[in-house]
Write a protein that binds this ligand. Structure first.
Ligand code: AMP
Length: 457
């Protein structure tokens, strides 16, 4: 099956082909005809499935070919926003808009991206000039609405990308305020990796007889990504990481830590070992984050240290090495993290440095992914068998909020009834800072979709 057979215009197929895609991914095969048909869509798809092109290509087609589009294209007056794409994070917003520009390069459509953490005036200027497709994070879009610098009265297509993340990050009220100003008659597309009750409620109120599609990850973790555990003592993680990077000659490594403080400390330690590293997390300015990501992508930065939320939406093709310096306290985050490697058919490697404090987290992860991860002790780093577990400091809340949840035998079955989730002892997750929007303790809700999680792995 090729892109041209899906009914996309030649200009779009040309851009996609030039970009190197030859075969549509499963989500694209299903989503493109559904969106071209004009109806609403509810899609279960994670990052890594090709979902962005799944909605971008058909909306580009619709906007460039329908009668409205033709009339507007010939009109010299400022063009109204006809498609609005909402994403949870700035990084994802930037990447989606980049995709719009790449796939739409042979079309006469304008796009813009607006998010917080950067000056609002250039955005106001851009909006004034006329934008057909606007990609935005909810908080900054609301700022523009309040200032009267954006007009959403002509939106024909609304896309909520990573809707579950947006709810996790506490954006539901912002989203509702945005929905309230959109024209009633429009096409709605909702993409989400998980389907909690909250997502279902949002979908019920938003979508009209939607087509429903679900796809597994394009690369299942099991097949493409080699996963490995290196048992290690708590205070030997840093020397072990340096050892791994140096002995294996790793040139591009994405390292996850649980906390912002842990990320900063590790960057300093690696620097001391002569390894170039930068951190991205919610306390870093947007320009610092953008710069770190750009240097990492172009290969000039060897190690990028990230917290889970900061890493969302990072899309790096063929990233060979992901290191879990700390295991995530939410098992699903493990899948998201290692999904950053082995993209687009490439193979990748994900290694986790696991100390005695994290054995329970490891058990939860192995239950979730339904496999036992191979353990390899590295000579010179044999863990002390008499070491005792200590309480783990949970992530420092990038977007604010508390994602603690019960660890007591937190199996997939257990999380089904996670309304009873209680904070893990010793855990504290201060709120504030980060990507904007406070994130309530929604872990329980996000985890309330065990079937789906199992489906994606
Ligand atoms: P997404 O799920 O939209 O974040 O896309 C994941 C990755 O797959 C991105 O690196 C895309 O560039 C890539 N991708 C999307 N569609 C295709 C395709 N049809 N063929 C090859 N790679 C693709």
């Amino acid at each position: 099956m090729s892109f041209s057979k899906l009914g996309l215009s030649d200009a779009i197929v040309r851009a996609v082909t030039e970009f190197g895609y030859t075969v549509p991914t499963p989500i694209q095969l299903q989503a493109i005809p559904a969106v071209l048909g004009g109806g609403d869509l509810l899609a279960g798809a994670q990052t890594g499935t090709g979902k962005t092109a799944g909605f971008t290509l058909p909306i580009l087609h619709r906007l460039s070919t329908d009668a409205n589009g033709a009339a507007l294209l010939n009109n010299t007056a400022a063009r109204p926003i006809r498609a609005l794409i909402l994403t949870p994070t700035r990084e994802l917003a930037a990447q989606v808009e980049e995709s719009v520009r790449i796939y739409g390069k042979y079309l006469k459509l304008n796009s813009a991206v607006i998010f917080g953490g950067v000056g609002i005036n250039p955005q106001i200027k851009q909006l004034k000039q006329g934008v057909d497709i606007l990609v935005a994070t909810p908080g900054r879009l609301l700022d523009h609405m309040q200032q009267g610098t954006v007009n959403l009265s002509k939106v024909e297509i609304l896309i909520l990308d990573e809707a579950d993340r947006m709810l996790d990050m506490g954006f539901i009220r912002d989203i509702r305020k945005i929905l309230a100003v959109l024209p009633k008659k429009r096409q709605n597309l909702l993409f989400s990796a998980t389907f909690s009750e909250e997502i279902k409620t949002l979908a019920d109120g938003l979508l009209n007889a939607p087509a429903m599609i679900e796809v597994a990850r394009r690369n299942s973790t099991v097949e493409v990504i080699a996963q490995k555990i290196h048992p290690v003592d708590r205070d030997k993680k840093h020397p072990m990481l340096t050892h791994l990077i140096k002995t294996n000659d790793w040139s591009q490594v994405l390292v996850f830590t649980r906390t912002k403080h842990g990320a900063n400390k590790l960057v300093e330690q690696l620097g001391g070992d002569g390894i170039g590293a930068l951190a991205i997390h919610g306390n870093k300015s947007q320009s610092a984050r953008t710069r770190a990501l750009a240097e990492f992508k172009d290969g000039s930065l060897q190690v990028l240290v990230a917290t889970d939320i900061a890493a969302r939406g990072i899309d790096i093709d063929q990233l060979p090495h992901v290191v879990n310096y700390d295991l995530p306290n939410i098992p699903e985050d493990y899948v998201h993290r290692i999904g950053r490697t082995g993209r687009a058919g490439a193979t990748g490697e994900a290694v986790s440095l696991v100390c005695v404090d994290e054995h329970e987290m490891l058990r939860d992860i192995e239950k979730l992914i339904k496999q036992s991860l191979p353990k390899q002790v590295i000579a010179g780093f044999e863990p002390d068998p008499s070491a005792r577990a200590q309480p783990v400091q949970l992530r420092s809340g990038n977007g604010g909020g508390n994602r603690n949840h019960s660890r007591g035998g937190g199996t997939v079955v257990k999380v089904k009834t996670a309304q009873t989730a209680k904070p893990r002892s010793g855990g504290s997750a201060p709120s504030g800072g980060g990507f904007g929007g406070s994130r309530p303790a929604t872990t329980a809700r996000r985890l309330g979709a065990p079937k789906r999680q199992a489906f994606f792995i």
